[in-house]
Design a protein around this ligand. Structure first.
Ligand SMILES: NC(=O)c1ccc[n+]([C@@H]2O[C@H](COP(=O)([O-])OP(=O)(O)OC[C@H]3O[C@@H](n4cnc5c(N)ncnc54)[C@H](O)[C@@H]3O)[C@@H](O)[C@H]2O)c1
Length: 468
């Protein structure tokens, strides 16, 4: 199969799409665009050559259900991966920029605002090597009004080239990315209200129209589009923090968080999704995007609005620390030298992504208390090792959850992997230290059954089932 783009017959394609950044978003989004639009040539480039090589192989750099099949259906036909960034910029008509925009860790806005250095470097690369007009699509999540800064940089050229910046934020969720991309609730495209802006907007609409019903393709002004992505993530995270805050109250009052969430969620004005109590939200986006929103509000002098959204993040931190406190307290206020098996390290099920996973905080806190922490996860062990590199303490990685639980004093379920629901807990019980504990940080297990086996069971937001 031809995987390098050196000898592609480019003439047979209607347009050349380039995506800069072959990460979770660029990789998955472009695979679906290429599979659904055979008339477009889609090239994905990245500065990380190792990553590019993995996209060219069947050992993809990310785990996402269904992704490999989609990649294989288009790779070598109209989908190619390359490290030749400049050459591909030159040839492209439409450039999606999907580089990382992490929280800035230094200088003005440190810890809150987005670090735009990768994004700006891309803009400067595009400016330096381009020889023709191009549409630049903001796929990365960016602070509102970034497009204006980008247009100023790009259109400062003296080559007579026009760059039109369009916003097309990505709403996929890791773990269900392929389905989200193939059947999106909506696609959002924001453009300037000028003739050039509207022409560029139509070109991007045309791509998605190949498989997304037109009524689900929303067009808006560019600032609304940029802001909507931050707001969507803030609202999703807010629901998680809302239900998690109530889980703490349930534990004090003998109300049951599952019953409360069910009763509340049945109200059609509220809805049932995102009402599962948990150890807290993770992932590379929620915290970063809320803090970015907070920073933007602060910079416009909207301190009340900033404080309101900042609380969503602090409740999340509270929930993570509450979980560790519950473990410590239940294990007789000392976990030093006790073996604790963490079931799951990914920030959610069906992904190997561990960025900002609550498991990181939980592991660090348990190690500080001198516990022996054993980590198991079906897809995230490799990333867990990287996240925890250099940490002092008694840390072990075990691919097999049964092995992880041998001689453990406690199991803490951190990720809601389906596989953990159907393990043979009777056998696990036999090989654990007694009395054995299970802390279900996702409320996915059959608590009554575990209690009957002999475990002391600590769900979230529910009364513990204890033999002690
Ligand atoms: N991960 C998600 O679920 C998700 C969902 C929606 C939106 N987003 C947003 O999409 C953006 C990308 O997120 P991601 O999770 O895909 O990040 P990622 O870190 O997985 O991927 C970004 C890629 O960009 C590459 N890169 C950085 N600078 C580059 C440059 N100058 N030239 C070429 N490549 C470069 C990096 O090597 C990396 O492979 C972020 O803004 C994020 O907020 C992420």
């Amino acid at each position: 199969m031809k995987r390098s783009n050196e000898r592609i017959n480019t003439k047979k394609f209607k347009k050349h799409i380039l995506c800069i950044g072959a990460g979770y978003v660029g990789g998955a989004t472009m695979a679906v665009i290429a599979a659904r639009c055979p008339q477009y040539l889609v090239i994905v480039v990245d500065i990380n050559q190792e990553k590019v090589k993995r996209w060219q192989s069947d050992n993809l750099p990310i785990y996402e259900p269904g992704l490999l099949d989609v990649v294989k259906s288009a790779r070598g036909k109209n989908l190619f991966y390359s490290a030749a960034i400049e050459e591909n910029i030159r040839k492209a008509d439409i450039i999606f920029v999907s580089v990382n925009t992490p929280t800035k860790l230094f200088g003005e806005g440190a810890g809150k605002t987005a670090d735009l250095q990768y994004w700006e470097k891309t803009a400067r690369d595009i400016l330096r090597v381009s020889e023709s007009d191009k549409i630049i699509v903001e796929k990365s999540t960016l602070p509102v009004r970034t497009a204006s800064a980008m247009e100023r940089i790009l259109n400062s050229n003296d080559k007579g080239i026009h760059f039109e910046v369009v916003s097309n934020p990505e709403f996929l969720a890791e773990g269900s990315a392929i389905n989200d991309l193939e059947n999106p609730d909506r696609v959002l495209i924001g453009a300037q209200q000028t003739e050039e802006g509207q022409n560029a907007c139509r070109e991007i609409v045309e791509i998605y129209e190949n498989w997304v019903p037109r009524e689900r393709i929303i067009t808006s002004n560019i600032w609304s589009s940029e802001l909507s992505k931050l707001v969507a993530n803030a609202f999703l995270a807010q629901r998680i923090s809302s239900i998690n805050s109530i889980s703490a109250l349930c534990e004090k009052t003998e109300a049951d968080i599952g019953e409360v969430a069910h009763a509340v969620g049945k109200d059609s004005r509220i809805g049932e999704k995102f009402l599962n109590a948990s150890v807290g939200f993770g992932g590379s986006c929620f915290k970063k995007d809320i803090l970015n929103l907070v920073y933007i509000c602060e910079s416009y002098g909207l301190s009340e609005v900033a404080e309101y959204w900042e609380r969503v993040v602090s409740i999340n931190e509270y929930q993570e620390s509450r979980f560790v406190q519950t473990i410590n307290k239940a294990l007789f206020n000392t976990i030093a030298n006790k073996r604790i098996a963490l079931f799951g390290f990914a920030f959610k099920a069906n992904t190997g992504d561990t960025r900002e996973s609550p498991a990181i905080y939980i592991t660090k806190k348990l190690l500080e208390e001198r516990a022996c922490v054993v980590i198991t996860d079906p897809k995230a062990i490799e990333n867990a090792r990287l996240e925890l590199e250099g940490l002092d303490g008694n840390l072990e990685f075990q691919a097999d959850p049964y092995q992880a639980a041998v001689n453990a004093h406690a199991i803490a379920v951190v990720t809601e992997w389906e596989a953990y629901k159907t393990l043979d807990y009777q056998s696990i019980f036999q090989h654990m230290e007694k009395p054995p504990f299970i802390f279900d940080g996702r409320n996915i297990l059959d608590h009554r059954k575990l209690f009957e086996i002999g475990f002391n069971v600590y769900p979230l937001g529910k009364h513990p089932l204890s033999h002690l």
